[in-house]
Design a protein around this ligand. Sequence first.
Ligand code: CTP
Ligand code: CA
Length: 223
Amino acid sequence: NEAAKKALPLLGKKVLVTAGPTYEAIDPVRFIGNHSSGKMGFAIADVFTSLGAEVTLITGPTAEKSNSTLNRIDVVSAADMLAACETAFPKTDIMVMSAAVADYTPVAAADQKIKKNSAEFSLELKKTTDILATLGQVKTNHQILVGFALETENEEAYAKAKLSKKNLDLIVLNSLNDKGAGFKLNTNKITIFNKAGEKTVFETKSKTEVARDICNEILKLVH
Ligand code: CTP
Ligand code: CA
């Protein structure tokens, strides 16, 4: 009925959210990671759950706890996350890519712990597959694809370029220049751009409130 639809507008919708960092193995005891806490993605997953959606959360290594009503898939590397996303995406109505995926990964992980034998040591890295761009290429008109952009300069231009290049419906710009925004903090300051080039600026808020703002913008695209 209408009342239920209003309270749970995403009832029957399948939502896929990614969160956290990825860890790229260097050897059995070391990895390349980043400071993502996973808080933003977990908060978004919770909001979608509260809107009635069936949520799958694909997360890199994080200390965050998820509520038991969502389907949580734990992954480690960018390659693992790509595989999990490619499997889940075809059945997904709305996908929000909030994970901080490594851009580069070691060309090969050493089988044994690397010993400190030489004065200098360099690691050969190769680009990871861009998960969002990969999904953007197979996206249908019925699917909504949302990405993030983390920028420290030329923010608006870079964010808009990612929106179009990756075939996204929305991009959430997260700028590290803003006080109150960033990885370990509980607050965030975002700006959202849509395909029409419209820009919505939000105040600095708790990550829970930011998650609500993001989900509200996405809801506007769902009919
Ligand atoms: N992303 C992804 N797969 C990657 C790298 C990034 O899906 N291998 C996604 C991120 O989850 C984010 C979006 O792409 O939603 C933008 O990430 P960002 O790091 O801001 O941009 P990049 O495209 O990686 O470009 P750069 O780091 O050079 O700015
Ligand atoms: Ca990147």
